[in-house]
Every structure is written in structure tokens, then in C-alpha cells.
Write a protein that binds this ligand. Sequence first.
Ligand SMILES: [Mg+2]
Length: 243
Amino acid sequence: MRKGDGVTYEPADGGLPTEENWDTGAYLDFVPTYMAAVRDKFGYGFQLLHDVHHRLSPIEAARLGKSLEPYRMFWIEDPTPAEDQEAFRLIRQHTTTPLAVGEIFNSIWDCQHLITNRLIDYVRTSVSHAGGISHLRKIFALAELYGVRSGSHGAGDLSPVSFAAALHVDLSVQNFGMQEYMGHLSPSEDVFHTSWTFEDGLMHPGNTPGIGVDFDEQAAERFPYTPKYLPVNRLRDGSVHDW
Ligand SMILES: [Mg+2]
């Protein structure tokens, strides 16, 4: 994948959100077989990360983590809703699979309990959502004291400006873990001219002064805002579940 190719594993569409089906039992049975097949075919010479999207209960997440231990995940992300932070203590009691959470957090106070109680391994706060460069550095400094590493959120709705800032934070902390990157749709390159690059799974900030991004306002006028929404999940009985 190159910058600009975009990735649609979190597809947003115009109009009403699309509906998808969800079955927790089928998911918990399927994921370990999927990871086993990947390791069987490609081996262990690369990292596997899996985003659970807050779809499990604490004990279900514990079962998932335990079942994935043979496949040595780099992390499982958002196994349960992030607001219920004691849930991570329960998950911890059952599995050594590393846990990542925090993409919805807005400040150091949102992750203080998880970090200081060593309930997670990666804190996923991002420069755009958690107070900018200075505040994010405070969060990562606190995390460093407790052996928690950075793993900033990097969905496609975070702009190329945001990624430039994120990269500079990543390079400045001792406990860097991983930077998520989903890419951007092609028109973004007409509007944002960045010195940072993405190649073979690695990002580089480039050598331009500052954070190295120019923003073309005239080009931006060609792309008026159109609302788009992520899908919703429905269980077999039609009720709504976290997507
Ligand atoms: Mg995520």
C-alpha cells in the first residue's frame, strides 16, 4: 500500500449507514482459526494486530486473548468498551496477549487508571484527539514509567497534517510502540503536500522544516464536505451491536 491508495477496512459511505451482521460466538470460534492459517502460511516473521472494535464482554475478550496466545499477537485492540476500565483487569487475569486501547481518549485523565495499574500494554491516544503534541507527550511520558508503549490511532479520517504531527511525537518518545496508518483516498494528495512518506510498512517524516505539510486551500474547494457514516451491526435477532 502506498500513501493515497486508501484502505476500506473501515468503510464509510454516504446516505444511511450500511448494516452488517454480527455473531459473537461465530467470531470467537473463527478468529483463532484465521490467525492459525495466517501463521501457518506466512510464519512468525512479522507482526499481527487485531482490532476487536469494542464488540466483546470482558470474559469473551479474555477467551479471545487466551485463544490467540499461540499466534503471538502484537496486540488486540479495543477488546471491550474503553469506558469500563476495570474490565481490563479481568482480561489480564486470563491472558498474556498484549492489550491496546485509547483511540477514543481525549486526555491523560482518561488513561491514567489503565496506565498506572498496568492494565494495558499500548496506549492508543492520538495527537488529534488527545490534546495535541504537548499533551500527547505527557501521556506517553506517564506510560513510559509503567512499561506501556505508544500505539497512536491512525484512521483515514485523521488528516495528513495529523500524521505529520504524530510522526514527530513518535520519534521523540522513548517508549514508541507502533503507529497505525490506514492511508488516505487519492484526492487528499491534491490538497495536502507532505514530506512524510509511507513505504514497505514504514513511515518517514522527511526533512522539511516544521511538520512538513503544505495545505492547498484552492484545491480543497474542489472537494466540498459530504457526510459519511461507518456501518452499524445487527445481531441475528435484529438488535443493534457495537460496530
Ligand atoms: Mg481501532
